[in-house]
Design a protein around this ligand. Structure first.
Ligand code: HPA
Ligand code: MG
Length: 175
């Protein structure tokens, strides 16, 4: 059977929540410039929408990582596939993620990036699956806490499909 997508968070709710996050980040970073780091590919839709809602000066950079591990269990050992273009030294960095589950990849990524001497480093994720957490990563901004179901849309894929959906959906009908 072909998979179907059940709406979990409708577009309007996603938009509203991103607006709230943008407002909060703008308050928290008052008087500063926030350097957004997008973890490709999943983070790109969220980062663009979020950046549009931030009223303090914003700069952006992109990176792509892969983590070694069998199947869906990430080892967290991070390989940088595409590195950032800009140095992080002295910057107020905000890492923008699509989803955090075990936190393994993010934990190791943060270790690598902290060595580059940013002034501060915080995390913003659209979705969080706290039930799945293995590493104790402190997430500063969360769009939605969601149950442990496989989600797509807003940058998240299933076999590279569905990233472009403007809502968060759950994939059904796959084994
Ligand atoms: N969907 C897509 N990608 C993911 C998920 C998910 O639920 N969890 C971790 N990566
Ligand atoms: Mg991701």
């Amino acid at each position: 059977m072909a998979e179907t997508i059940r709406v979990l968070v409708p577009e309007k709710e996603v938009d509203k929540r991103i607006e709230e996050l943008g407002k909060k980040i703008s308050e928290d970073y008052a008087g500063k410039q926030v350097h957004l780091i997008c973890v490709l590919k999943g983070g790109v839709f969220f980062m663009c929408e979020l950046a549009k809602r931030i009223t303090v000066p914003v700069s952006m950079d992109f990176m792509s990582v892969s983590s070694y591990g069998a199947g869906t269990e990430s080892s967290g050992i991070v390989k940088i596939v595409k590195d950032l273009d800009e140095p992080l030294e002295g910057k107020d960095v905000l890492i923008v993620e699509d989803i955090i589950d075990s936190g393994r990849t993010l934990f190791h990524l943060m270790k690598i990036l902290k060595e580059r001497g940013p002034k501060s480093m915080h995390i913003c994720t659209l979705l969080d699956k706290p039930e799945r957490r293995v590493e104790d990563v402190k997430v500063d901004y969360v769009g939605f806490n969601i149950p442990d179901e496989f989600v797509v849309g807003y940058g998240l894929d299933y076999a590279q499909k569905y990233r472009n959906l403007p809502f968060i959906g759950v994939v059904e009908g796959v084994e």
